[in-house]
Design a binder for this molecule. Sequence first.
Ligand code: AMP
Ligand code: ZN
Length: 116
Amino acid sequence: MRKEDCIFCKIAAGEIPSTKVYEDDKILAFKDIAPQAPVHIVFIPKDHILSCADDITEENSAIIADIFVAIAKTAKQLGLDNGYRIINNCGEDGAQSVKHIHFHLLGGEKLSERIV
Ligand code: AMP
Ligand code: ZN
């Protein structure tokens, strides 16, 4: 499933270029275009099945577990042995700009002790 005018659907379809870091049949990870840490990768389900974290239910949550498995694998491959941060922005108060659920993997340096 894809949505017209969704930038992450276009990245998943290869219509907008991205620097891919991880890919399997359900998940894609690519470098954030405006990195906020030395390592800043965005993980998405290829299908636009969830717009934001608020859409997660018992029925559709398996993809979220799959994404976290992909994050752990990728972090190991990138040598983020000293840790990292995973962020999900949800909705207006969460300052979510792309309404296709995604998780940010940030690391490569000691991050701020404050989350915001
Ligand atoms: P959020 O603010 O949580 O919705 O995050 C959206 C993220 O997507 C931001 O960090 C943007 O820098 C990133 N982004 C937007 N367009 C692109 C793109 N074409 N390629 C890679 N990252 C992008
Ligand atoms: Zn989408």
